[in-house]
Design a protein around this ligand. Structure first.
Ligand code: SF4
Length: 186
């Protein structure tokens, strides 16, 4: 249902239209050239949902994992699970991107995945929101919602602050956040 996106646009789209959960994984990947399994699933399926084609997804992950993981090791250890997410391996199930509910209720352990409004410390959440340009009263409102376990409301407030418009439907899926954002910014 989304238009295809190309590899060269990802960086710009990440900063303008990814929700915090995906922006965090994207930044982490850029920084570490690696993501653990849970993060690869969460971000990988989201990118598939925004319209990244399988071939571009393979090129994207291969480039991000380099130079830590060389092409040979990448193809051996990681390419399968990416093709798997696109329904090209195993039972050929076409996996769907995770909803907020699923991400919020996931247990993160030592992983980087999850919903920042739920899984970050208040200090880290403040810093992350600051980087997104959320400050002042809005920042306090978002922190307050997160503290009271209204994670999706916190995300909706962030969306509204960044896009300077209201979001009547509220945020219930990272891919919905993305498509609402594109509607406004395009
Ligand atoms: Fe991501 Fe949903 Fe959490 Fe927003 S509320 S950060 S879209 S999981």
């Amino acid at each position: 249902e989304y238009a295809d996106i190309s590899l060269k646009d990802i960086e710009q789209l990440a900063s303008s239209s990814f929700p915090l959960c995906m922006r965090h994984l994207f930044d982490k990947l850029r920084e570490d050239h690696h993501l653990k399994h849970g993060g690869r699933m969460q971000l990988g399926l989201f990118l598939k949902g925004v319209g990244l084609k399988l071939e571009d997804a393979l090129a994207f992950w291969r480039a991000e994992f380099s130079p830590k993981v060389n092409t040979e090791r990448f193809d051996k250890e990681y390419a399968y699970s990416i093709r798997h997410n696109y329904g090209k391996e195993g039972k050929r199930t076409d996996y769907t991107p995770y909803s907020c509910q699923k991400i919020i209720s996931s247990t993160t352990g030592s992983g980087d995945h999850g919903c920042p409004y739920r899984h970050f410390s208040e200090e880290n959440l403040r810093a992350a929101l600051g980087k997104m340009g959320v400050g002042g009263h809005t920042l306090e409102d978002v922190i307050d919602k997160a503290r009271n376990h209204h994670y999706q409301l916190a995300c909706t407030l962030t969306f509204e602050a960044i896009h300077a418009t209201s979001c009547e439907s509220g945020i219930n899926h990272p891919n919905q956040y993305f498509s609402e954002s594109r509607k406004i910014l395009q």
